[in-house]
Each structure stands twice: as structure tokens, then as C-alpha cells.
Design a protein around this ligand. Structure first.
Ligand SMILES: *[C@@H]1O[C@H](CO)[C@@H](O)[C@H](O)[C@H]1NC(C)=O
Ligand SMILES: *[C@@H]1O[C@H](CO)[C@@H](O)[C@H](O)[C@H]1NC(C)=O
Ligand SMILES: *[C@@H]1O[C@H](CO)[C@@H](O)[C@H](O)[C@H]1NC(C)=O
Ligand SMILES: *[C@@H]1O[C@H](CO)[C@@H](O)[C@H](O)[C@H]1NC(C)=O
Length: 560
């Protein structure tokens, strides 16, 4: 019986034969297909088209009782590629050989599920990256077939956008709660995983849900997490956009009514143009909070287990073409530090490499340090930290890209190129997939042998270096090294740094982004063994601010 079933499915696979399969959901009677023991349902509509009267309104659930053919991936949301880096962003995140169709009507998700589950299975919800302005769940890299087939879990990838996009993500998570049991998934065993802006989305979700009410039980943040956002929202980009597309009314219902009439193509043209501005999340104290770390410390967030980490060379793709360290520091830190002061922090590296390292530190490594330190300090029991170092020739984007931002994804999803993958690459894919699946199945146990729970401070060896130096087997993929988080053992420094942050913000009118990078640079300096990073940073600031920060009440952080 078992043999004949295997033979039959092998035959089906060789003929590319897909059996139809039906599942009843709130989105209708879904007709998906089954190939090789995996049922796939692509392009499931979970929200009504957010167009016309529903444009720029909170998403509305799509409820149906009729038959829905769900065998083709939905379109990407309308993409915004930053004008200056458009080509690179599309190369990295938009499958340029076969770019997905785009539509404002993009509230779809995909489900991959083992076809013959005997019991309720754990569920992985994947949130794709792309700076919260581009990207799509339909990239071939994100196909959930391999994961569902090899690891016996249910994989879901919703589509989403910006601040309203977080509401879209919440609607997708609600859909999972209501429907996933129909696919043999267990709504009580949901893990949300994302990379880059997807990882930030996971962090926003953890910080917006209070203990006990999250529609997930664990999180995985691959290269990204929100550190802080200005509490004062700016609508300059949206106001400029409104005027540029001919809606010159004052902000309010009349302007919104006008904007709902603007053709999608006009919006895309403006948002991809040279003066588009950027549409980053704004603090609304509902979907986005100003200071997620303080919320973690005070126990306001979902206290779920999580994995968080970054790539060894997370900055390399963002540093392409950047060689002028002084210009980079001026643009990034507004002249707070000079090249001569920064170079000794990165010994042995040339200026291009230093820029890459600073981007990694500020955007990816420090958020992982800060999140893991804050959560463990607040008593969250199962936090796992990693840094990933695998480099394979057929995954290199350019010479020296190293373990670049996103290069772990083909390994985790099992979507590497079979024709060019080395034996080590294939082994690592299985190892990484198993580690992620182990965590999804039991987030309170080690994801891989010898992967300890993270303890901040420099007294323990609990930071997992993954897949460095050709270590790709399950039993050697982890090399635990000294922890590096500053938050626990150096909490005082961070409080000072954070207070300084707010002080600068309110007294000096600098942007929250700069405050954030100040704190991150401080953290980075500490990691690199500086005697007194606080002194290092403060020495670049007017003395008055230092004094003010010392006398400002620490408990006032977040509500100055
Ligand atoms: C469902 O969609 C697929 C792909 O577009 C198509 O081949 C198939 O005929 C459709 N089935 C039905 C019942 O419409
Ligand atoms: C497209 O955008 C450019 C610059 O942003 C603008 O000059 C042009 O008029 C726009 N075209 C359309 C058709 O909206
Ligand atoms: C808005 O437009 C003004 C005038 O063109 C420009 O100076 C400003 O930089 C723009 N702001 C954003 C955020 O794009
Ligand atoms: C920096 O060093 C790397 C690695 O040796 C090298 O590939 C790159 O060309 C150097 N960049 C500059 C600007 O010297």
C-alpha cells in the first residue's frame, strides 16, 4: 500500500500531474491542487479589493460561499522602488527575469499543506521583505512546497503593504486563526517568520499584541526589527503626493475622496519617481508604537519565544558603489562622527568594507542585540540569537558579497538551484529547514543541537554562529560564541543613550532616525570593545545635552 502510493505520486510528479483538492473556508470553497504529497492553494482572497471607496481604508474581510479556483499566485501590490536604487531593489526582490503582475487589488495569501496529515500540524506564516514598499509573496524563492513536504508543517504567505499594510497582515493572521484547521493546521501553533521588512513586521506584531492575545505563539526575525520610531508622525510625503496627483484640498474627507479617484497607474508613476518621498510606518499607538524595546521591558508585548539574528555580511548589497566614508557618515549621522574616528573601530577594513559593516551594525545586528537583550531581561524564556555565515559560489550576487542580505532564504525554503548547488549547499538547506521547523514545532527547545538559549552580556557563549566555515551538518551547524548584547549587562548605558536620544530629539529637532542611529552606533562601538562608548558618543555632542540627559528622569523614556 505504501509502496504503491509512493509509486503513484512519483508518476504524478513525473507527469506534472496535479490533482484538484477542495477546502471550505470563509473565503469560499477553495479548489487548489495537489502535487507530490503537497496541497497548494495560491491566490486566496482574504480581503475585499482595497480599491475605489476602500482605497486607504482599513481592510475589509472577503467572505464567500462560492467556488474559488486558487491555482495561480495573486499579483504583487503596487510596488514602490526608491528612485535611486530602483535597479538593485528590483534585481534583489522582484524577480526581474519574470516580474510579477502588480495590482492595488492584492490582498491574497497562499497555503501549502501536506496532503495526508494525520494530526493538527504547526503553522508557519511567512512575511516577505522589501522595505515595506516593494516585494511580493509570489517570488519563486518563497515557494512553500519544499517546507511543507519535508517538514510536515503548513506554510502560509500573505501579501501586505505599509501602515494600512500592518492591518492587512493582521487580517491575514485572523484568517489563519479562522481557517487553518481546514488545512490540518493548528491555530494554536502558529509561528510568524519574516526577513528584512518582513522581520520588522514580525517585530511590530510582537510589540503591538499584549501578553496572551497574539494570534501566534512564536516569531522568527531574519535580519530586521523595529528599534524606535519618532512619536511625531510626518505626513510630508503623503501631502506632497496628494498635491502632485492633483488633490490640493486640505487634509480631510474631501481630499481623501479626491485621492480615491486617482488612477492606480498615476500613483505608481509618482511613487517610483524622483520626488516621491517615502511612506514609512507612522506611530499610531495601535499598529506601531514609538519604543518597542521599552514596551518589552515593561511587559506590554506578546511574550512569545523568538529567534532573531542577522547575516555576517548583511550590509554588502546596500553598500554597493559606496566608497566615500566621510560622505556616508555625513549623510547617515549628520556629521556626528568623522571617518577618522570611525576607522579604528573597524581595524583591517577599507572604507567600502567599513560602510558595509556600519550598515550591518546599525540596521541588522544592533536591533537583534537590543531585542534579544530586552526580552531576556524582561523574563521572556526562549530567545535564540544567531549570525549566519554561509557563502556559496552560485548564490554570490557579486564578488565579495559574502553572506549577503537575503542569501539564507533559498536555503531555508529549499528553493536553491539544484543544478548548481554544491553538496554542502544541499545539506545546509536541509539543516536550516530542520532547525526552523524544530522551532515551529516546539519553540521552547533548542532549534538545533548545541544552540543555547540566548543570555545577554559577555559572560556566556550563547550567540549561535550558524554555518560558518563550511559547518553545514545538523550536528555542527552551530558554533556558540560569546554573547554580545549590551542591554542586560550595560543597561545603564542604554538608558543613558536612550535618554540622550530623546533629549536630542526634543531639544535639537533632529529626526528620530538619527536618534536611532546614535544609539545603534553606541551599541556597535561597545560590541567592538571600546572602553567607554558613551564617552565616545557624548564627546561629539554639546555638553549641555549631556547634562540634560543625565538629569532627565529615566522613567520618562518614551513620554518626554
Ligand atoms: C483553474 O485555474 C487553472 C489555471 O488558470 C485552470 O487551468 C483550470 O482550468 C481552472 N479550473 C476551473 C475549474 O476553472
Ligand atoms: C510620471 O512622473 C513624472 C515624474 O515623477 C512626471 O513628470 C510625469 O508627468 C508623470 N507622468 C504621468 C503620466 O503621470
Ligand atoms: C515635499 O515637497 C517639498 C517642495 O517640493 C520639498 O521641499 C520636500 O522635500 C518634500 N518632502 C518630502 C518628504 O518629499
Ligand atoms: C576593499 O577591499 C575589498 C576586499 O579586499 C576589495 O575587493 C575592494 O576593492 C576594496 N575597496 C576599495 C575601495 O579599496
Amino acid at each position: 500500500m505504501r509502496i504503491s502510493r509512493a509509486l503513484v505520486s512519483a508518476l504524478f510528479a513525473s507527469l506534472c500531474y496535479a490533482t484538484p483538492v477542495l477546502v471550505s473556508t470563509t473565503s469560499g470553497l477553495l479548489q487548489g491542487s495537489q502535487t507530490n504529497g503537497v496541497s497548494s492553494f495560491k491566490g486566496i482572497r482574504f480581503g475585499q479589493p482595497p480599491t475605489g471607496a476602500l482605497r486607504w481604508e482599513p481592510p475589509v474581510p472577503f467572505i464567500s460561499a462560492s467556488l474559488q479556483n486558487v491555482t495561480t499566485l495573486g499579483p504583487a501590490c503596487v510596488q514602490q522602488f526608491a528612485f535611486a536604487s530602483s535597479a538593485l531593489d528590483q534585481f534583489l526582490f522582484n524577480n526581474p527575469a519574470d516580474p510579477p503582475a502588480e495590482s492595488e487589488d492584492c490582498l491574497f495569501l497562499n497555503v501549502w499543506a501536506p496532503a495526508s496529515a494525520k494530526q493538527k500540524l504547526p503553522v508557519l506564516v511567512w512575511i516577505y521583505g522589501g522595505a515595506l514598499s516593494f516585494g511580493t509573496a509570489s517570488l519563486p524563492t518563497y515557494d512553500g512546497t519544499s517546507f511543507a513536504a519535508n517538514q510536515n508543517i503548513v506554510v502560509i504567505s500573505p501579501l501586505a503593504g505599509n501602515n494600512l499594510g500592518f492591518l492587512d497582515q493582521e487580517l491575514a493572521l485572523l484568517w489563519v486563526q479562522e481557517n487553518i484547521a481546514k488545512f490540518n493546521g493548528d491555530p494554536d501553533q502558529v509561528t510568524i517568520m519574516g526577513q528584512s521588512a518582513g522581520a520588522q513586521s514580525v517585530s511590530y506584531a510582537i510589540s503591538r499584541h499584549n501578553p496572551g492575545n497574539a494570534p501566534f505563539r512564536a516569531g522568527i526575525m531574519l535580519s530586521g526589527a523595529q528599534v524606535s520610531t519618532s512619536p511625531i508622525p510626518t505626513f510630508a510625503s503623503f501631502n506632497n503626493f496628494s498635491a502632485a496627483v492633483g488633490c490640493t484640498q486640505a487634509p480631510g474627507p474631501a481630499r481623501l475622496a479626491c485621492l480615491k479617484q486617482v488612477p492606480e497607474a498615476t500613483i505608481r508613476n509618482f511613487t517610483n519617481g524622483p520626488s516621491s518621498g517615502s511612506f514609512t510606518p507612522v506611530v499610531d499607538d495601535v499598529t506601531v508604537f514609538s519604543d518597542p524595546l521599552e514596551r518589552i521591558r515593561t511587559g506590554l508585548t506578546a511574550r512569545v519565544p523568538f529567534i532573531i539574528g542577522n547575516m555576517q555580511d548583511d550590509g554588502s548589497v546596500f553598500a554597493v558603489g559606496l566608497t566615500d566614508l566621510s560622505a556616508f557618515l555625513t549623510a547617515t549621522f549628520d556629521g556626528l562622527v568623522t571617518a577618522d574616528e570611525v576607522r579604528p573601530l573597524y581595524p583591517g577594513l577599507n572604507d567600502s568594507q567599513i560602510i558595509s559593516e556600519i550598515i550591518k551594525d546599525a540596521e541588522f545586528l544592533c536591533p537583534a542585540e537590543l531585542w534579544s537583550g530586552a526580552a531576556v531581561g524582561a523574563g521572556v524564556a526562549n530567545v535564540f540569537r544567531y549570525t549566519y555565515g554561509a557563502v556559496f559560489a552560485d548564490l554570490q550576487l557579486f564578488p565579495g558579497a559574502g553572506a549577503w542580505h537575503s542569501s539564507e532564504l533559498p536555503e531555508i525554503f529549499g528553493t536553491f538551484i539544484p543544478a548548481t548547488a554544491t553538496a554542502a549547499e544541499v545539506t545546509l538547506s536541509h539543516t536550516m529547514q530542520t532547525a526552523v521547523a524544530n522551532f515551529i514545532k516546539n519553540p521552547t527547545a533548542a532549534p538545533a543541537p548545541n544552540w543555547p538559549k540566548y543570555v545577554p552580556g559577555s559572560l556566556t557563549t550563547t550567540l549561535a554562529k550558524l554555518a560558518y566555515n563550511g559547518n553545514v551538518d545538523a550536528d555542527n551547524v552551530v558554533q556558540a560564541v560569546e554573547s554580545d548584547s549590551i542591554v542586560h549587562s550595560h543597561r545603564h548605558s542604554v538608558i543613558l543613550g536612550t535618554a540622550l536620544f530623546w533629549t536630542l530629539f526634543y531639544l535639537n529637532g533632529v529626526t528620530a532616525a538619527r536618534l536611532e542611529t546614535t544609539l545603534q552606533l553606541q551599541s556597535s562601538a561597545l560590541k567592538r570593545g571600546m572602553d567607554s562608548p558613551i564617552t565616545f558618543i557624548l564627546s561629539h555632542l554639546p555638553v549641555g545635552y549631556f547634562i540634560y540627559s543625565l538629569s532627565s528622569p529615566v522613567n520618562g523614556i518614551g513620554q518626554p
